[in-house]
Design a protein around this ligand. Structure first.
Ligand SMILES: Cc1ncc(COP(=O)(O)O)c(C=O)c1O
Length: 391
């Protein structure tokens, strides 16, 4: 299993405190990507396996933070055309380069700072493998996206989970994160945060970058940024700071099943991340997905229109909840958290009986559920079912 790790990669891991036994776990993580959740027996945490039995195509699916509709039609058309040229490894000879060039222009970052991937889960886990170790832990907010938690458990990396700041709109508390482990390898910030949709101000991210220990990384996961006004942390990448920014096409661009994402980081950091194999993972990408994604990035007015559609469905749902006196955390993304003030698990089951799949709860908030904002029609069905369930 460890054969796919180069001798240099093995030496590096051992010198950073990983045990010989854990080398196989690193190799498994780097080849399994997000499937590592099933490696640690947490299949229910995977958005790909969390679906209930039965014909889910007939259900309202507001549980996995997917987009309620498909990719932008013009982008899907461009991707579909590439299916007919699927006999070629690379029909134009520069498909991947086009994506990099387009993303670099839009995000105002040098092209050599961008690496594409089949989604953002690989570079998320890869950053943790590269900059954390049994002696340099991982720090995240709580609740936040759990992929890093699972990877740290798998690799026996110390994990500090810092509660969101309830006195400050449930924001990620960067000062408390640094205090929780002043010598961590990675500080993970999801902004907007999954599940709360709360934004970490860029000043706070800058503060953490300026005050973090040497050789550590601030990993900023911007999976939901297109649904918000949050300024990207990519300016820090362009300045050459110790920052890795992640983007996915699974959310705004509605390409979760097509698998595409990219990481942005100073080239020296990416070079380190590439020590653990990764050549296939970044180069052998599905061409239709890359073409669809590249086109999507350029469709600014469609992005804005889709965001307005989400805003309207979310506002309608908020209004309904407010009328019923149900508390929720206002969000800057296509999801939000409802506090039921009683265990969320039976409520989730009751929605399922109504053919509505709502999102999961986090252990720190067992009385809360994450609700993905679907289409207006999805959210009207959610509100009607809520009236039947809660009364
Ligand atoms: C915050 C965040 N990061 C990363 C991912 C992984 O997405 P993907 O691997 O589809 O790019 C998700 C998926 O839900 C997410 O919510």
């Amino acid at each position: 299993m460890t054969d796919c790790l180069s001798p240099e990669a093995k030496d590096d891991l051992l010198s950073r405190g990983y045990s010989r036994r854990s080398l196989g776990r690193v190799a498994a993580l780097m080849s399994a990507g997000m499937a590592v959740r099933s490696l640690v027996g947490r299949a229910e945490a995977s958005p790909l396996t969390a679906l209930p039995p039965g014909d889910v195509t007939k259900m309202v699916r507001i549980g996995s933070n997917e987009c309620w509709t498909g990719p932008f039609p013009a982008a899907a058309k461009a991707g579909a055309a590439a299916v007919f040229e699927g006999n070629r490894y690379d029909p134009s000879g520069h498909t991947r380069e086009d994506l990099i060039r387009t993303a670099a222009k839009i995000d105002n970052v040098p092209e050599n700072c961008i690496l594409p991937w089949g989604g953002s889960s690989d570079p998320l886990c890869r950053t943790i493998v590269t900059f954390c170790s049994p002696t340099r832990g991982l720090v995240t907010a709580d609740p936040s996206y759990e992929a890093g938690w699972v990877a740290s458990e798998w690799l026996k990396i110390p994990l500090a989970k810092v509660p969101l700041d309830a006195s400050n709109g449930y924001k990620t508390d960067v000062k408390a994160m640094l205090k929780a482990n002043p010598n961590a390898g990675v500080y993970y910030i999801c902004s907007p945060n999954n599940p709360t949709g709360t934004i970490t101000p860029l000043e706070d991210i800058r503060w953490l970058v300026a005050n973090k220990p040497k050789d550590s990384i601030v990993l900023v996961d911007e999976a939901y940024i297109h649904f918000s006004d949050a300024p990207s942390a990519v300016s820090l990448v362009a300045e050459g700071r110790d920052v890795v920014v992640l983007r996915t096409f699974s959310k705004m661009f509605a390409m979760a099943g097509l698998r595409l994402g990219f990481s942005m980081a100073p080239p020296a950091l990416h070079e380190k991340m590439m020590r653990y194999d990764g050549v296939n993972q970044t180069h052998m990408l599905p061409i239709p997905a890359v073409i669809c994604g590249t086109k999507s990035l350029t469709m600014a007015s469609d992005i804005a229109a889709r965001r307005r559609e989400m805003d309207a469905a979310r506002a309608m749902t908020y209004e309904h909840l407010q009328k019923k006196g149900i508390s929720f955390i206002p969000s800057d993304a296509n999801m939000f958290v409802i506090d039921w003030k009683r265990p969320a698990a039976p409520i989730k089951d009751a929605f399922l009986k109504e053919n509505i799949i709502i999102g999961r709860s986090w252990p720190i908030w067992p009385n809360a559920s994450r609700i993905t904002v679907g289409s207006m029609s999805d959210m009207k069905k959610f509100c009607a079912a809520l009236d039947r369930i809660i009364g």
